[in-house]
Write a protein that binds this ligand. Structure first.
Ligand code: UTP
Length: 227
């Protein structure tokens, strides 16, 4: 299989880099790469939010702030490159075609952000579409997709299996609320829909067993593409 992993910055670098988690995930990714072609996209997490917040003091320029966020995602990508060692392409990949090239030479391309105006969820979904991946695995700070925000509603129910249309609806609803954030951002959900990409959305605990996750063994949410 060809698999793209989208690893949220808040999972990899919650307050500071989670070294235990980075080690564990690097081990799992290396194991998976023995049987599959893989590519990884990592997010910025809290550090990028803090830098963007600080920059607001000095500039109203949103695109400029997005560039700051992109730099932080790339710093996180470098950490994962270091953890993967020989198996990883040694530079942060900045372009989807380069990611394809890297896969051809049997290395793992690791990306952060690419262009202003979206998040790394959207990058991962587009990369999966471009590479014609069989599977996109989103690792995030909730353990799947819920019918409402589990941080606000204690009765929220996790959905084991949803259609991509449901994912788009849930993501759009969350983003339309002030301060709302979705498990996957709305643009990424749209790309997953357009690219007809089978997607698993899992939490940090499942991510420690990514080797099992790619076989479909996880407690997260399966997003079924439309035929
Ligand atoms: P993230 O993808 O980390 O956003 O990018 P996030 O929503 O905070 O996700 P988590 O918490 O890591 O899961 C951080 C910021 O970097 C900029 C955006 O400003 C984004 O909010 N960015 C990132 C871009 O402008 N373009 C990209 O391709 C990626």
């Amino acid at each position: 299989m060809r698999i793209v992993f989208d690893i949220g910055g808040s999972v990899l670098v919650p307050d500071k880099p989670d070294i235990g988690f980075i080690k564990a995930i690097a081990y799992e990714l290396t194991k998976i790469s023995e049987d599959h072609e893989i590519a990884v996209v990592v997010g910025g997490g809290r550090v990028s939010r803090e830098y963007i917040q600080a920059a607001k003091t000095f500039t109203p320029n949103e695109t400029f702030k997005d560039y700051i966020g992109i730099h932080i995602t790339r710093a996180n990508a470098m950490l994962l490159i270091a953890a993967l060692g020989e198996k990883a392409y040694p530079f942060v990949v900045q372009d989807f075609r380069k990611a394809w090239e890297v896969i051809q030479v049997k290395k793992v391309p690791i990306m952060g952000g690419t262009h202003p105006g979206h998040t790394t969820d959207a990058v991962a979904a587009l990369l999966a579409e471009y590479l014609q991946a069989d599977l996109l695995v989103v690792v995030t700070n909730v353990d799947g997709v819920y019918d409402s925000d589990p941080r606000k509603n204690p009765n929220a129910k996790k959905l084991d299996r949803i259609t991509v249309d449901q994912l788009v609806e849930i993501a759009m609803q969350a983003e339309s609320k002030a301060g709302g954030s979705s498990v996957v951002d709305a643009l990424a959900a749209k790309f997953i829909q357009r690219g007809k990409i089978k997607t698993y959305i899992v939490g940090k605990r499942d991510a420690l067993h990514l080797f099992e996750v790619v076989k479909g063994k996880h407690g997260g949410t399966v997003v079924e593409p439309k035929e």
